[in-house]
Design a protein. Structure first.
Length: 202
């Protein structure tokens, strides 16, 4: 009489945000390696076997099932990874927002410039960022990695408007200027005219 080892079935329960794979049958006390493949931006949360014992590798990308004398079902759950967001300090303004976010999450970034300044650009070490039209906020779309945001603020440029009464012209050296910036005004009275009063009100 010959005895043969029983092939017990291994079933992998359906799961979301990742997958598991491995042998579909094994014998009693046999160790079976299971490969764990999370989707981008996810990690293994838990993995259990309905029969036998299971040990998860430190990197969470594999597990080993030691078979009992019964069929077993492997059940796996995955969870979104919380990635860190760092907001670097900037001169003439600050940016702020939530400290962590998940892959593909849209994060609202508040932009707070000092008076007479505005944001010029906002760089993200990972992910995509877009500044709003009013330049007082931005949206960071997360990648599957930590992100560091760095803002650059510049002086607001105010338009220079010149109104002339009488005969002559006034020409400014620039069309716009920021706070504390100097602009030269070229004064050209028409023949027979002079600037009166001898100063230009601003």
């Amino acid at each position: 009489m010959v005895f043969a080892a029983v092939d017990y079935e291994i079933t992998y329960a359906p799961t979301e945000h990742g997958s598991v794979s491995g042998a579909t049958t094994a014998n009693y006390a046999q160790s079976v390696m299971i490969t764990v493949t999370p989707d981008k931006g996810y990690r293994l949360n838990s993995i259990t076997a309905s029969a036998g014992s299971i040990v998860i590798a430190e990197d969470g990308l594999s597990a080993t099932v030691t078979m009992a004398d019964a069929a077993t079902t492997v059940t796996t759950t995955f969870v979104a990874i919380d990635y860190n967001i760092t907001y670097n300090e900037s001169a003439n303004g600050r940016i702020s927002g939530k400290a962590t976010a998940n892959y593909q999450e849209n994060v609202l970034v508040t932009v707070d410039p000092v008076e007479h300044y505005e944001i010029e650009k906002l760089n993200a070490s990972n992910g995509d960022v877009k500044i709003s039209d009013d330049k007082l906020s931005a949206i960071l779309t997360m990648d599957a990695a930590d992100a560091t945001l760095t803002a650059t603020f510049v002086k607001k440029q105010y338009p220079i408007q010149i109104f002339v009464t009488g005969e002559g012209t006034l020409t400014a050296s620039a069309k716009t200027a920021g706070i504390d910036e100097q602009v030269e005004i070229l004064i050209e009275p028409a023949p027979g005219y002079k600037l009166d009063p001898p100063s230009i009100p601003i």
